[in-house]
Every structure is written in C-alpha cells, then in structure tokens.
Design a binder for this molecule. Sequence first.
Ligand code: HEM
Length: 177
Amino acid sequence: MEDRKSWDIKDEAILDDLVALMGLTDDEKKAMAACQDGAAAGGEAMIDAFYERLLAQDVTSEFLEGMVDHLRTTLEAWFIALFSGDYGSDYVKSRLAIGETHVRIGLPVRYPLAMMDILIEHGERIAGAQGEIGQKAFRKLAALDIAIFNQAYENKQLAHLSELVGNERLARRLLQK
Ligand code: HEM
C-alpha cells in the first residue's frame, strides 16, 4: 500500500489541513469572535458542570487532587480562546500543548474526549447569540479541538514507536495492524 499524504502533515500544518477540510470561513470566525463576551459571562456554568462530573468518579477525580481551583482558571482561558476568532498557528500550538499536558499526566484520552458534550452544550448556547452561523462555527471549532487533542496523543505514540523501530513509516505500518 502507498504512503498517505496526511502522514507528512505535522504540527501547525495540522490546523491548515483541518481548517481546509472543514471549510471554516471568515464569517464563521467573525461570528465566534462576536461571542467572546458571552463566553466570558457564560463560562462559569460550563466549568461547574465540567468539574462536577470529573469529581463524581474516582477514576477521574484522582487526577485532580488539590488542583481544581487552578484548573478552573485554565479551563476558562481555554474556553474563551475558543471564541477568539483567530485560529492561526499560535492557536493550534497552544491547543496541542494542552493535549500534551494530558498525555504527560497519564490521562487516558477517552476522558477528555468524553467531556466534550459539556463544552458543546454550553458553547452552542453561547454561539447561538449569532444565530445558525455561530452554532455551525462553534461545532467546527469543537470538532477541531477534539481532533487536536487526539493528535497530541497520537503524536506521542508515534514518536515513541518510531524511536523504537527506527523510523516513522514503519511505525505507521505497525499501527495499521
Ligand atoms: C475537554 C477536555 C479538557 C480540557 C479542554 C482541558 C483543559 C485543560 C487546560 C487548558 C489545562 C492547562 C494546561 C496547561 O497549563 O498546560 C489542563 C490541565 C490539566 N488537566 Fe485538563 N482538560 C480537559 C480534560 C481533563 C480531564 C478529563 C482531566 C482529568 C480527569 C484533566 C486533568 C487535568 C490536569 C490534572 C491538569 C494539570 C496538569 C499539570 O499541569 O500537571 N483534564 N486541562
């Protein structure tokens, strides 16, 4: 089987690749930016629901001991940045770095991914102030975040496996098995 074009897309280029795939338009970016005050005002309800769920189960709460106050602040900044309207390379780098933080603490990827419904419920309500275009834009940005989060995990697995077997191409082949 041939190598795939997507195998050569790395780091910030991943954003260009995904933005192109999703067709995020300038009007959609503007609609997101127009909701930034709404995100600042409505973020707390999202954050409350987020930590209420994570603290309710041992498997997730054990990662959070003594950190919740700090993490509420970082999650708020993350949520507001989602509405920045500017999704250039700084954006994707910072989102990838956040994903990497979760890789480093040994958090299984299913937990962050399983939190996205809370983000989507609150984010869509806030973006709804801009009507359908806002909601559509928000769904794209949420999907983008899910993709980037996942990418951080895949990058790490691929990097380790590549080191082990000597090259990335072989590592990708092994991951297909
Ligand atoms: C949608 C899902 C999630 C988002 C958007 C998110 C967002 C963030 C952000 C923005 C940071 C700060 C990163 C930094 O400063 O480098 C962070 C750190 C952290 N998150 Fe999450 N998070 C998510 C899911 C989770 C889950 C499910 C857990 C645990 C069950 C968790 C536990 C942590 C911990 C422990 C840190 C601090 C790590 C450290 O600095 O050592 N996160 N998260």
